[in-house]
Design a protein around this ligand. Structure first.
Ligand SMILES: C[S@@+](CC[C@H](N)C(=O)[O-])C[C@H]1O[C@@H](n2cnc3c(N)ncnc32)[C@H](O)[C@@H]1O
Length: 275
């Protein structure tokens, strides 16, 4: 029996938003089309593709891994199970970064732990004069980030495989950065959230550095001052309960004008400091 769009959506046993995103993906249309054509019949092939995706979604796989795409800062980004799925709260970090530096002159920017390239690409699109280095310890993640840069026509990002600052391009005696940004792994190894929802499918090394979750942030903050030009800034994302600890790391490293910003859910999420 041929199903209509409306029947397929209601028989999927998914939330309405997940069902719409996956059906739109399965038939190569957008969600607005589905709303306007909800009595249109699906071909058997379209139905099969949709219910196959719906079954996987009910099994727990993230929608973004099923479609291979995720929107961030208005950009459609390729994602795969080799990268963490960019989160809306990370847009708070991008906002703080754009507020920090003049957009009318060339600036050097470093994005540590770029994953699919979300932060670096958002900054590059807003800030054409930036010269950006984006790093990750995962070559598989960098392949996704480079594919996103090509897809978006962004050419002012150099992608470098490195363990935090451990690369000659990031040595403290090279030209300093005006801005260093990072959304590093920060979840504590014992946090039960790692066993729920989308996190079960994301790379563990993107989510947790082990221990209490602060070691990557500590390395990044401690190593930043000699690599930032005077007046330049470090901006990092951190966990819901880490604002005090990260604030203390910034002060211990000698940063001034240290400020905390809450995300859209009202949770302290981003800390910025000036050298
Ligand atoms: C929380 S994800 C953030 C990804 C992306 N920046 C975003 O905001 O969506 C952290 C990233 O840090 C990378 N990472 C983990 N350990 C690292 C290390 N020692 N050196 C460099 N990158 C690392 C992971 O591979 C992952 O891509």
């Amino acid at each position: 029996m041929m199903l209509t769009v409306r029947q397929a959506l209601s028989q999927s046993a998914l939330t309405p938003i997940d069902a719409q995103v996956l059906l739109a993906h399965a038939i190569g249309k957008d969600r607005a089309w589905l709303v306007a054509h909800d009595d249109e019949s699906l071909t058997p092939g379209e139905s099969d593709r949709f219910f196959w995706l719906a079954r996987r979604r009910r099994g727990g796989e993230p929608v973004a891994y099923l479609t291979g795409l995720r929107e961030f800062w208005g950009l459609s980004l390729i994602v795969s199970p080799n990268v963490m799925i960019p989160r809306p709260e990370t847009e708070t970090l991008v906002e703080r970064a754009l507020a920090r530096l003049p957009l009318d002159r060339a600036s050097r920017v470093l994005d540590l732990g770029t994953g699919c390239g979300a932060i670096a690409l958002a900054l590059a699109r807003e800030w054409r004069k930036a010269e950006i280095i984006a790093t990750d310890s995962s070559e598989a993640a960098l392949r996704v980030a480079r594919a996103n840069a090509r897809r978006l026509g962004v050419y002012n990002i150099e992608f470098v495989r490195a363990e935090w600052y451990d690369d000659p391009a990031l040595s403290a005696d090279r030209e300093a950065f005006d801005l260093i940004v990072s959304n590093p792994p920060y979840i504590a190894a014992s946090d039960p959230h790692l066993g729920y929802g989308d996190l079960r499918y994301e790379p563990l090394t993107a989510l947790t550095p082990g221990g209490n979750g602060l070691s990557a942030l500590a390395t990044i903050v401690a190593g930043a001052p000699p690599r930032i030009s005077p007046g330049g800034a470090l901006i990092v994302e951190h966990g819901y309960d880490q604002a005090d600890a990260v604030n203390a790391l910034f002060l211990a490293a000698g940063f001034v004008d240290v400020e905390s910003t809450r995300d859209l859910a009202g949770i302290p999420r981003v800390i910025a400091g000036r050298r």
